[in-house]
Design a protein around this ligand. Structure first.
Ligand code: SF4
Length: 296
């Protein structure tokens, strides 16, 4: 193991479990989304780490015998750093860990506003290959209510920029984010955003509030009714019906999901839809996660 100076807690996408987590920033520069408690503790106030400190950590890792092939830049939106800083970080990774094949990061759509496609392409050539974009929804009303600070158009612009730079995108949509009232428009507009953006990967997880939902409920002014299990499936059905993806790896297998869905869209669209319909119409015929198995 490496002895790195993490400010806990540290989060990463599930698929980065084998990666070196390099905490180039602490916290999230936005930190306002009402459904997110990841960086609300006082020690997680946003702050970039200095290049000198990062290089010392990379040296420590380089001295260990464990080979590093992948690096994930933490925390919540490392892509908020300037092009100049990201370039220096990627060059340092290459210098100390020449075996690294892929660097990835969470990316807020607005993180890309101050970077040109040419600059992003340069970062891609230096190893930055995958952006995890938490779109959460494609519906502007829902995005406003949860204070994401993004819109359908800003999210789409980021997905297009990522593709133009030759990077891959992995998008997260939050099942249940609009509650009962916005179920349909959340499902349809999220699917439309995906159709326009054609991400390489798409995942969904069920919105949950392990630390309570008080902050989240305030903006809904009493209008937020959490989705029950069958409503979650109905939202997923509408989204799948609307999705017109060409070659996107789809995963709905996070511990928060009752129903595990995996496939490639569009090839597996009908198969996945049949599974969701069976979960709605023929309860008991499709295996579901028990409440206690949902690691929230
Ligand atoms: S941008 Fe991401 S990390 Fe930051 S508050 Fe929103 S969901 Fe949390």
């Amino acid at each position: 193991m490496y002895n790195l100076n993490y400010v806990e807690p540290v989060f990463r996408p599930p698929s980065e479990w084998k990666s070196l987590i390099l905490q180039v920033t602490n916290g999230c520069s936005w930190n306002k989304c009402t459904f997110c408690d990841m960086y609300t503790q006082s020690q997680k106030k946003f702050r970039p780490k200095s290049q000198i400190d990062l290089e010392q950590e990379l040296q420590t890792v380089a001295q260990s015998t464990m080979p590093v092939k992948r690096v994930f830049l933490a925390d919540g939106d490392a892509m908020t750093l300037s092009f100049r800083r990201l370039k220096a970080i990627l060059e340092a990774i290459h210098k100390y860990l020449p075996g690294v094949q892929r660097v990835s990061s969470y990316c807020l759509p607005r993180n890309l506003n101050n970077k040109t496609v040419e600059e992003l392409r340069e970062l891609q050539e230096l190893g930055l290959r995958l952006m995890y974009v938490g779109c959460e929804s494609g519906d502007d009303k829902v995005l406003e209510l949860v204070e994401k600070g993004e819109t359908y158009q800003s999210s789409l612009a980021a997905l297009n920029k990522i593709r133009a730079a030759g990077m891959k995108s992995s998008v997260m949509i939050l099942n249940g984010l609009g509650g009962s009232k916005y179920l349909e428009q959340h499902a349809i507009n999220s699917a439309k955003l995906m159709n326009d953006g054609q991400p390489d990967y798409l995942s969904t997880l069920v919105v949950s509030f392990p630390l309570g939902d008080q902050r989240f409920q305030e903006n809904f002014k009493g209008d937020f009714q959490p989705l029950q299990q069958t409503e979650l499936f109905r939202e997923m059905k509408i989204m799948l019906e609307t999705l017109e993806l060409e070659k996107t790896i789809f995963r709905s297998d996070h511990a928060s999901n009752y129903l595990v869905l995996k496939g490639t869209l569009g090839k597996d669209k009908q198969k996945l839809l049949n599974t969701v319909k069976a979960a709605i119409n023929k309860p008991g015929t499709i295996p579901l996660r028990n409440e206690w198995e949902r690691g929230l």
